[in-house]
Design a protein around this ligand. Sequence first.
Ligand SMILES: N[C@@H](CCC(=O)N[C@@H](CS)C(=O)NCC(=O)O)C(=O)O
Length: 373
Amino acid sequence: MMKLYQFQLSGNSHKVRLMLSLLSLAFETHDVSGASREQKSPEFLALNPFGQVPVLVHGDVLVRDSQAILAYLGKTFGNGVWWPEQASDMAQVVAWLSTAANEVAHGPNLLRLHHRFGREINVSAAEAVTAQLLQAMEQTLSNKDWLVGSSPTVADVAVYPYVALAPDAKINLSPYPAIRAWLARIQALPGYIGMPGMWASDHKCFRHTGDHRVNTLIESNRPPLPPFTRDTAIQKVRLAEDAWNSRDPARITLAYTPDSVWRNRSEHLTGRDAIEQFLTRKWNREFEYRLIKELWAFHENRIAVRFAYEWHDDSGQWYRSYGNENWEFDGQGLMQLRIASINDLPILESERKFRWPQGRRPDDHPSLSDFGF
Ligand SMILES: N[C@@H](CCC(=O)N[C@@H](CS)C(=O)NCC(=O)O)C(=O)O
């Protein structure tokens, strides 16, 4: 399992936690003790000679520096989306990573260290850097949803924490509507996690789930939005698969419109509460659930998928359930109609094909077609 060396209240550590969570990757944390200057100990300096968190260890790969870690995670697990393949988009992402290491670090980060933790800094210099940064971001985001391209990338995650921590840094975001809308979009992404001190919209309804201070925006955009291209349809299918493999009904429900209409097998449901109750019931009886979905066809705001999932009941009997779904989305990318037809095939444990550690299916795992399903 990946291991993150971190400080709880460090925005640079948070950007790695956020990236891992957005990618549904399992990880463990080691809280480095700033109070006893553990980051300057010989053991820690062997991990990072600069004596700073975050550091990520993944098997025999060790990465220091939050920007480098995002690049590593985006490229390794981001499906060609979080770390774009195209050279021109990749270059823009790297430019924003540089901005995160320079302007963000010398602007909002220093102001937060000063106002929240009492560090002596040149306040007017940090305020000037912050003003220039926020103007550049406001301009970039005035006609697009994300810093690079048409979907979120590691660039957004790299810049996000210290801008979102504006309240801690005594930075007023009211003159920057495009930045505020961007913060809300990030906070609405599936798998989003926040940290104490972050900006939250007054106009939208947040709810806190679990003990990870997860702020989930109830009404929001769910990119990618229709009309779909082949790439965005594939992305939408993978996001749905990832969300269902989390087996978290409250999180999954937010991808549907508040009045979403479902037929699941022979059961008819309407609305998020009914969906959440349905999913809770589902995973109370379907154990060791693992799902693979695959795009079948798409047109404008509709997508058709095939899927299979493996699970066992409380008697230990295993099943592979095969299904087809028809999806229809509203303009915000929320699913307003879902029609699912499913058949359960009893299988022996030895016939199981889906054996990855529960959670997100690894990128190099075979697809449905690879299995001939
Ligand atoms: N460029 C590095 C900066 C890391 C950094 O500034 N880490 C701070 C916490 S946010 C730290 O470890 N400070 C303790 C120290 O410097 O002794 C990154 O992005 O990871």
